[in-house]
Design a protein around this ligand. Sequence first.
Ligand code: GLY
Length: 430
Amino acid sequence: MKVLVIGKGGREHALVWKLAQSPRVERVYCAPGNAGTALDAVNVPIDVNDFDYLIRFAKKENIGLTVVGPEDPLANGIVDAFQSHGLRIFGPSKAAAQIEGSKVFSKKLMRHADVPTSEFRVFDHPEPARKYIESREYPVVVKADGLAAGKGVIVCNTTEEAFEAVTRIMVREEFGRTAGRQIVVEKKLEGEELSVLALVAGRTIIPLAPSQDHKRAFDGDTGPNTGGMGAYSPAPLGTPALLDDIETNALVPTVHAMKRARIPFRGILYAGVIVTNQGPRILEYNCRLGDPETQPVLMRLKTDLCDLLEATIDDRLAEFTDNHVEWDPRPAVCVVIASGGYPGTYAKGKMIQGLDEAAKVPDVKVFHAGTKLEPGGMIITDGGRVLGVTALGDTLAEAKARAYEAAGKISFPGAFYRKDIADKAIAKGV
Ligand code: GLY
C-alpha cells in the first residue's frame, strides 16, 4: 500500500518514519514535508489546504491511506473532501474537528457531557466580557473561539492583562475576524499538565501512552508559550488510576455525546489535561496528534501504526482493546532544537551541521520539523522549531542523557534548546 502523510512538522516526520516500518507499506509520500521526510519518504510539494491537488495526487498514485497531521486541514474539511472521492483517510470529519476548531463548541460540549473542565462563560461582545472578568476573584484565561496557530489562548494573571486579551482578540482581531468573533473566558487552573492522546472510532477508545509537553520557551517553565519545546513518554504523572479517571469521566462522555449529536468522532482525540488538587480537568481537546508528543510516543509504539489507523477507519478498533497495543517499556525523551528568536521572529536558511553524528548515538532518532533539503544535500533551517532529537533509554534519565548527547552534536547559528526536558519526572525518582 502507498501512504500519504499531510504536514511538514516533527509530528509528520515521526508518522512517516513509523508508517514506513509497516511491512504492508510499500511507499510513503509526505505533502509538503521537510528535509527529514525527504530522506525517509518522498516529498510532494502540495500545500496542506490544497485539497483538490492533494486528491488528484492521491488518485493518480493510488494512495491507500492518507494520514493528516495538523489541525488546519482537518478543521477545513479535508476528511470529508477525500471521502467524497472514495479515498481512505485517517482523521475526524469537519464537523467533529470543531472539538479543536471552536473553543466555544468544545467547552459547551464538555458542559453538556458533564466533563470536568474549568468554569467558563462565552461572549460575543467585548463589554460584557470585561464586566465578567472584573467580577471574578481569580485569574482567567481568555481564548479566541477559532484556530489561531496555537496563539489564541491567553493566560492572564491580572484583570488588566485579561482586558488586553479581550481587546487583542475581539477589537484588534489579531487572530483573524472569524477566530475572534466569540471568546471563552475561563478560570485559570493550577497544576501539572498531561497529554492523553486516544484513538477513537465509534464508541471504542484506546488511549495511547501518556506524555508531557514543555510549552514554555526556556528552562524552569519560563518565557513565552511555544508549540512545545520537548516531550517525554510515558509521563509518570499519568498513573493507571488517573488515566482511568480521564477515560471514564472525560473521554467516554465526550465521545458518546458527539455520537448522540450525530457528529461521531473518528481519529485521534487529544485531551490536554491539567492535574489539579481536585483531580484532572480538561483544558482543551485537540483533534489530532500532539507535536512534539508524537515523537516520543511513536518511538515507543511497537504495534504496526498502519494497522491501528486502518482499524480506526474500518471500525475494527475494538480488536486492539484489552492491552493489544504493544509498547517498548523504555521511556523516550524528545528535545526540540529551535531557531534563535522563536516563538517570536527568527531567521531561516541557516546551515545545520552534525546531523550524521547525532544519528550515530544509539537509540536516537532526529525528527525534522522546520528544515529544508537544498539541492546538493545541504540541510538548512526553515522554521521556528527545527528538530526534535528523540531518544530511548532504560530510564527517563538515561533517555534524557542520550537525547542531549545527540542534540549537543547538532549546531546552526542561533540554535537553542531547553536543558530540563523531563526533569520534573526525573526529580520524582522515576
Ligand atoms: N504540543 C501541543 C500541541 O500539539 O498542541
